[in-house]
Design a protein around this ligand. Structure first.
Ligand code: ZN
Length: 99
């Protein structure tokens, strides 16, 4: 049985009835809070709704797919990478890439 998720767009205020497969959850790193991502057919735009707690569990139980975004790379990570590169010879780098 397909689960229907009822919500309003939030932008155009259209009341939508979406199937679980028409939505996806983006969770934080701990999986405790997230955003329900869907496409509004009226606005023709990607929309998001914050979700947490029981609503989050209920959506996952209803079959809504979810993902956790990879952490962003910050400037410090790049500096660290460049520093590591500078300390290696070309042959060492190739050796690592070939593994
Ligand atoms: Zn809309």
């Amino acid at each position: 049985m397909a689960v229907i998720i009822k919500l309003d767009c939030g932008r155009c205020r259209t009341y939508l009835e979406l199937e679980a497969g028409d939505t996806v959850l983006e969770l934080n790193q701990k999986g405790t809070v997230g955003k329900l991502i869907f496409h509004c057919p009226v606005c023709n735009e990607r929309r998001e709704r914050p979700v947490e707690g029981l609503h989050l569990s209920a959506l996952i139980a209803a079959g809504v797919g979810y993902f956790t975004p990879r952490p962003l790379i910050c400037e410090g990570d790049v500096d660290q990478f460049v520093f590591q590169l500078d300390r290696r010879t070309d042959s060492e780098i190739w050796e690592e890439l070939e593994q």
